[in-house]
Design a protein around this ligand. Sequence first.
Ligand code: GRF
Length: 189
Amino acid sequence: MNLAVFASGTGSNFQALVDDPAIFPAIKLLVCDKKTAPVIRRAEQAGIPVFVFTAKDYVDKASFEQEILDELARYSVDLCVLAGYMRLIGPTLLGTFQNRIVNLHPSLLPAFPGKDAIGQAYQARVEETGVTAHFVDSGMDTGPVIAQEKVVIAQEDTIETLTEKIHQVEHRFYPAVVKQLMASGKEVE
Ligand code: GRF
């Protein structure tokens, strides 16, 4: 199974996928919407091709998603793995990759969708939050859940320590989910 990872920023989850020897050979492409994103350097260092685009250069989402589709076809990509890709996926990509786009979100969905999910959970003073992997649909963090893992918010946690705890779980959790999808293949037909 060939994978494309989509990311917009730091790329620590991209790195966790790259660092997994069972996943690395399957990663054919990084799709990035920000020319200055540190994740690009990580891909270059790993020898993974990068398709970087600037949304403003296109008339609409359908136009840049069509270009992404062309790139995905070029590398015979079967599964799109979103890892900090800060854009809603539109009908152009969803139409071709239905049930073949997976996202990682730093909360126990449906709780705390959208931006700053870790901060939202911290502010809400809930006792536990976590991470979710889900298939992508047209909504914001609304698609069918594949797997979740809880993270306890301790009394002494600050937003910084909680963020660190969540990222550590993500870096173990997401590669495991991706390997499961690669092995089963069924969910992504
Ligand atoms: C992660 O927390 C992920 O759950 C969310 O965006 C963040 C990306 O972090 N979707 P990084 O760029 O992988 O370090």
